[in-house]
Design a protein around this ligand. Structure first.
Ligand SMILES: Cc1cc2nc3c(=O)[nH]c(=O)nc-3n(C[C@H](O)[C@H](O)[C@H](O)COP(=O)(O)OP(=O)(O)OC[C@H]3O[C@@H](n4cnc5c(N)ncnc54)[C@H](O)[C@@H]3O)c2cc1C
Length: 415
């Protein structure tokens, strides 16, 4: 008999899963039985999403009791089950290897993050799904598939929003380990950021801009560099903030990674430390992607309507992601500017302001972050993703019974 536990809520508590229970198979055979006997099922991983993407009508399944091997073979690492970046990174670092980038937090699962196109920043850095070289998927009949770059489903499977089946293992590209130093600066004028985004976001390996769209005293440029302190920020008037760092209106807690000193990649690329609560905790997040080439106009469009969402906003973070070829990727075939919003944890209030932002960004073929709150109708999502129909066809082939096709997938991609 497969163990179960209650489904509960997403990490920030903004979504109560409709599914009542989570099934906890202990090995691949038990997982195959769970999948083959289900009419409706989704994987619940580390729950760091802000919508119903991971929900299902009946039950969820978690890999938390399954094996979590991490095997470095040549320049690839294969990770099983519910391994998080916090678990993976030190293991490959100890063997002289690294990932090309990380998101703002290491607490999230590799399978869940790559399923939703989770990203860090950097105009030359693709999202985390772009490092996927193969995935092992259990389809809706409980049959295993290894889908590598030669497989026709690969551009759907590397960023699958959980709609192809259960990802039981992911293989990621690694590179030789490297060190990073980071610093956060105040004093860079908004007009310099929005007027010359190529200079700002191209200045270092990874650059984030935190803003509340109003008071420049709250704005921060957070640069992560291969070498020492980057001259370009100081040339723009940036001054290191020291220990007293504030990310907009997020409650100040001691949760950030060390600044002003060099360290291994995985200790500096995330903003938040693995041993601390990331971000604010009592929040909802949304994020929209526009072509980087349209960054100036898109930033002006959002700034013009900022008073409409100011009451809900804790902070905005601006980042960049390099283009890729994955069919549902928010960076499909062009580099993007990522415009992120951390909101107060007020679902009604947030859902009321999102349409204003989506309307302001509509002229830029805006794409939403799969794991965050958005209200764009499915037709608009599909119009911005030219290979959405190919994704749906691959999902139908992998899952003809529609076991993994939940309400979120139907809303975004159609029935
Ligand atoms: C504090 C905080 C900071 C964040 N920072 C960033 C950031 O810097 N960049 C960014 O892009 N996002 C960020 N996010 C968003 C988040 O990391 C992603 O949306 C990610 O998907 C979360 O993964 P998860 O496993 O926790 O989510 P879950 O909700 O558990 O899963 C996400 C999706 O993946 C599917 N899935 C998970 N595991 C499997 C599997 N084994 N097989 C098949 N499907 C699976 C689920 O069904 C679901 O659809 C942040 C979130 C929080 C809470």
């Amino acid at each position: 008999m497969t163990e179960t536990r209650p489904a509960g809520t997403t990490w920030s508590g903004n979504h109560h899963y409709r599914a009542t229970e989570v099934l906890l198979p202990a090995d691949l055979d038990e997982l195959a039985e769970v999948v083959a006997s289900a009419d409706s099922l989704r994987v619940q991983a580390t729950r760091h999403t802000f919508n119903d993407i991971a929900d299902a009508d009946a039950a969820l399944v978690s890999l938390e009791r399954m094996p979590t091997r991490i095997d470095l073979v040549g320049d690839r690492v294969r990770v099983e089950g519910l391994v998080t970046f916090a678990q993976l990174a030190p293991v490959i670092e100890a063997q002289g290897r690294a990932l090309h980038n990380l998101g703002s937090l290491p607490h999230i699962s590799v399978a869940g993050a790559t399923a939703t196109g989770t990203h860090g920043s950097g105009i030359r850095n693709g999202n985390l799904s772009s490092a996927v070289r193969a995935v092992e998927i259990l389809d809706a009949t409980g049959r295993p598939h290894r889908i590598d770059q030669g497989h026709e489903w690969f551009p759907a499977a590397a960023l699958s929003i959980g709609a192809l089946g259960v990802v039981t293992a992911v293989e990621l590209q690694t590179e030789p380990t490297y060190e990073v130093t980071q610093q956060a600066y105040t004093g860079v004028a908004w007009d310099d950021i929005a007027g010359d985004p190529e200079r700002v976001f191209g200045g270092s390996r990874s650059v984030s801009v935190f803003t509340t769209w109003g008071d420049p005293a709250h704005d921060l440029v957070w640069a992560k560099s291969d070498a020492g302190a980057p001259e370009w920020v100081e040339d723009l008037g940036g001054r290191p903030v020291g220990d007293d760092i504030h990310l907009g209106r997020i409650r100040t807690v001691d949760n950030t990674t060390p600044r002003g000193s060099v360290g291994p990649w995985h200790t500096r690329l995330p903003h938040f430390r693995a041993d601390a609560l990331p971000s604010d905790g009592d929040e909802i997040q949304s994020e929209y992607f526009v072509p980087f080439a349209a960054a100036r106009d898109a930033l002006a469009a959002v700034r013009a309507i900022a008073p409409a969402f100011d009451a809900q906003l804790l902070v905005t973070e601006l980042r960049t992601v390099a283009g890729d070829d994955l069919w549902l990727s928010p960076a499909y075939q062009h580099d993007v500017l990522a415009i992120h919003f951390t909101w107060r944890n007020d679902t009604e209030g947030v859902l009321a302001v999102l349409p204003h932002i989506e309307a302001a960004l509509a002229p830029f073929d805006v794409r939403p972050h799969w794991g965050k709150a958005f209200t764009m109708p499915g037709a608009a999502v599909r119009a911005a993703l030219p290979r959405a129909a190919d994704f749906v066809a691959a999902a139908r082939e992998a899952d003809p019974r529609g076991v993994f096709r939940n309400a979120f997938v139907e809303r975004a991609l159609g029935r």
